[in-house]
Design a protein around this ligand. Structure first.
Ligand SMILES: *Cc1c(COP(=O)(O)O)cnc(C)c1O
Length: 388
């Protein structure tokens, strides 16, 4: 656990200093403890580590860093974002009820619909960015689950306002903070009980590792989740933990640069005649702008935009060179995603229509390339589309 008396900046915390995992050779790059098991000094004795499914020094180092970045008391690292969420939902059982936002990552919706429902957990969907939550909470409600800004429609939800209600009702407030990363937003500070991350995205930052996190500020909850993680056996591997530690070292500078590029690109897209809508919460006319300014320290690097026809989508995706047509987000290189067939393929059609995920909608995860190159690429793609 990070020593709170060291009141250092986020950028400094990213360097992973001052943690409780000691390396006897004082290596600057934290060692990869690539071991499945640990020998015992004697009967009834332990070095503090017994078996890597349960705990591992490289993973512990990463968990301490992440807890520090999210201002939590503890973090748990999992083999993927989905395994983090799966483990979290093992807290709930038959008859329990969870309120989920209607605009969520497609994989989470699939987990809730196909797996959790089978286990007898009931769900209600609400637009948590606009609707009052009280009407949805019953005696069986155990949690409220959301992302803000949402994926891909960028609805912004007031975390502190919801937390006031969930606290009073004794319901857990769970926030998937993947889009913002701990650099721009800390839901625990706003009253959330659990923060979820797909570490695969901004935290890792290089599109080379899959991982996930749960961060909490409560010892009892931590113990329950550690028990589940050890039992289910889905913790992050030592080498992946090391890659995450390495990625986090540049988290702050990556987020700054990616956001700067995103704002320039969002503004540029607004000027493109074939673009019918640009959704970026950093625009002062975005409905969530003021709330973002209140509860976050930035607007992130994700842009959703709509073009005039599905043919334009095809031209863009078939011809993209500088940015990659790929699922995922949060890396140093720019990715373009087609939510209707990729991230949100699993969402039922009526639901997609209700949210506004059309066949003309695209999502950009802006990287840290030279912004002029990205703008040139956008112009090239639109001029190709224009010729068709
Ligand atoms: C990618 C993602 C997940 C799932 O994480 P994996 O690491 O791919 O398992 C969950 N939530 C959000 C918002 C995501 O973008």
């Amino acid at each position: 656990m990070s020593d709170k008396s060291w009141n250092v900046s986020f950028e400094t915390k990213c360097q992973g200093m001052n943690l409780d995992v000691e390396d006897k050779y004082h290596a600057i790059s934290f060692p990869i403890y690539q071991t499945a098991t640990f020998s015992h000094p004697g009967l009834g004795e332990s070095s503090g580590y017994d078996y890597s499914r349960q705990s591992n020094p490289t993973r512990s180092q990463l968990e301490s860093i992440l807890a520090g970045l999210e201002n939590g008391s503890a973090a748990l690292a999992f083999s993927s974002g989905m395994s983090a969420i799966t483990t979290l939902f093992e807290l709930f059982g038959p008859g329990d009820h969870v309120v989920i936002d209607e605009d969520l990552y497609g994989g989470s919706v699939r987990l809730f619909d196909r797996i959790c429902k089978k286990r007898g957990i009931n769900f209600s969907r609400a637009d948590l960015s606009t609707e009052d939550i009280e009407g949805y909470i019953t005696d069986e409600t155990k949690a409220v689950y959301l992302e803000t800004p949402t994926n891909p429609m960028m609805h912004v939800t007031d975390i502190a306002k919801l937390a006031a209600v969930t606290k009073e009702k004794g319901v857990l407030l769970i926030v998937d903070n993947t889009f913002m990363s701990p650099y721009f937003q800390n839901p625990l500070d706003l009253g959330a009980d659990v923060v979820v991350h797909s570490g695969t995205k901004f935290i890792c930052g290089h599109h080379d590792t899959i991982g996930g996190f749960l961060v909490v500020n409560d010892k009892v909850l931590e113990e329950k989740l550690r028990y589940l993680c050890t039992t289910l056996g889905n913790a992050m591997a030592p080498f992946d933990s090391w890659l995450m530690i390495r990625g986090i070292r540049t988290l702050a500078v990556r987020m700054e640069r990616a956001q700067e590029n995103a704002l320039a690109i969002a503004k540029h897209l607004r000027e493109c005649p074939l673009v019918t809508k640009v959704i970026y919460p950093g625009f002062s006319d975005h409905p969530g702008y003021e709330l973002m300014k209140k509860q976050a320290r930035g607007f992130g690097a994700m842009i959703t935009f709509e073009v005039a026809s599905p043919e334009i989508v095809r031209t863009i995706l078939d011809n993209a060179q500088l940015f990659y047509f790929a699922e995922s987000l949060g890396g140093t290189e720019t990715l373009i995603t087609y939510p209707i067939t990729q991230t949100h393929a699993e969402i039922p059609p009526e639901q997609k229509e209700k949210i506004g995920i059309t066949d003309r909608l695209l999502r950009l995860s802006v990287g840290i390339e030279g912004v002029d190159d990205l703008i040139t690429e956008i112009d090239r793609l639109f001029s190709l589309a224009d010729k068709k």
